[in-house]
Design a protein around this ligand. Structure first.
Ligand SMILES: NC(=O)c1ccc[n+]([C@@H]2O[C@H](COP(=O)([O-])OP(=O)(O)OC[C@H]3O[C@@H](n4cnc5c(N)ncnc54)[C@H](OP(=O)(O)O)[C@@H]3O)[C@@H](O)[C@H]2O)c1
Length: 296
């Protein structure tokens, strides 16, 4: 299973889950993979796994929310390889909450990583992609863009932004033969959603499967190899995604029909978060009064 011999594939968010599973697949096809993430240990372990299976892998730690760090990363890749054939952007954090009770620092962090990190990566790596042969940028998005449920705003809004970025970039890079792919997997059993899935804020409507990281990774690889602009995983959900995009109220209705007590759950969770936030604000205000009270 070769076909990418000597190609340089940079996977941002490559230390675990879908990114690592994709890296293993690209490496098995002969690509030289560069794994990027913040956590050094997981990154080194992922690269070691790939090497143990006969692949070529390098680990470079970087935080993509920092544009300077991303440019430094691109310089390191340039010095080592001189070009990039495929850039896969999959760095993300996950945060669920009712909009009314969003922790703004966490929501902004999600925007910084899930969206702005992609902008930083594109700006830093485009000169190297121009030198590459395959000329492909693959953004790992999410089925939660065409099908956005309650409590997903902080996670899905940056993914919606990523779609906007991809649509514009696609036209800008078309004359140069650089393809921009958006891969939209449904729920995948990875560390990202551990502890969230099947809880009140993350219920799955009827018929939505939980994929393995390998299944999602195969989607990433196929989208890259076939130069697809949009690739929903599982494939059979492509039509549902298009339908939901055209008629968003269908998704709302589907949740209400198939998730038992969905309206009541949404209401209860929202009220709980509102109360908790109110209590936290009051506590903060009390503390302010105490700490700013004049001595004596
Ligand atoms: N799991 C799902 O249900 C699901 C469904 C649809 C789409 N997706 C998308 O698939 C992609 C991969 O997710 P996953 O499920 O495989 O999650 P994961 O295992 O948690 O992987 C996320 C990766 O992003 C890295 N990362 C996070 N913040 C970073 C930062 N600031 N700079 C650099 N790297 C950073 C993480 O490593 P460090 O934390 O060490 O930096 C990790 O390597 C994400 O874009 C996610 O939105 C996931």
């Amino acid at each position: 299973m070769k076909g990418m011999r000597e190609e340089v594939v940079v996977l941002i968010g490559g230390s675990g889950g879908i990114g690592k599973a994709s890296a293993l697949r690209f490496a098995a096809r002969g690509a030289r993979v560069v794994l990027v993430a913040r956590g050094r240990d997981a990154l080194e372990a992922a690269a070691e796994d790939i090497r143990r299976q006969g692949g070529e892998a390098e680990a470079i730690p970087a935080d993509v929310s920092d544009p300077v760090a991303v440019h430094r990363l691109a310089e390191e890749v340039a010095a080592r390889y001189g070009r990039v054939d495929v850039l896969v952007y999959g760095a993300a954090v996950f945060y669920l909450a009712p909009v009314e009770a969003l922790d703004l620092a966490r929501a902004r962090q999600a925007m910084d990583i899930n969206y702005w990190g992609a902008v930083h990566a594109v700006q830093a790596f485009l000169p190297l992609l121009r030198q590459g042969r395959r000329k492909c940028i693959a953004f790992i998005s999410s089925l939660s863009v065409p099908c956005t449920p309650a409590f997903f705003a902080a996670y899905a809004a940056p993914k919606h932004a990523l779609h906007g970025l991809a649509l514009s970039l696609r036209q800008e890079l078309h004359p140069e033969g650089i393809v921009v792919s958006l891969i939209a997997p449904g729920p995948v059993d990875t560390a990202l959603i551990e502890g969230h899935l099947h809880q009140d804020m993350y219920r799955l409507p009827l018929g939505v499967p939980v994929l393995t990281a390998d299944e999602a990774a195969e989607g990433v690889v196929q989208a890259v190899l076939r130069r697809k602009q949009e690739w929903v995983v599982p494939r059979r959900f492509g039509a549902a995604a298009r339908l939901s995009r055209a008629f968003p109220s269908l998704l709302d209705a589907y949740y209400r029909w198939t998730v038992r007590g969905w309206n009541q759950t949404v209401r209860r969770v929202t009220e709980q978060h509102r109360a908790a936030r109110g209590a936290a604000r009051q506590e903060g205000a009390q503390e302010d009064v105490t700490t700013s009270a004049p001595a004596g």
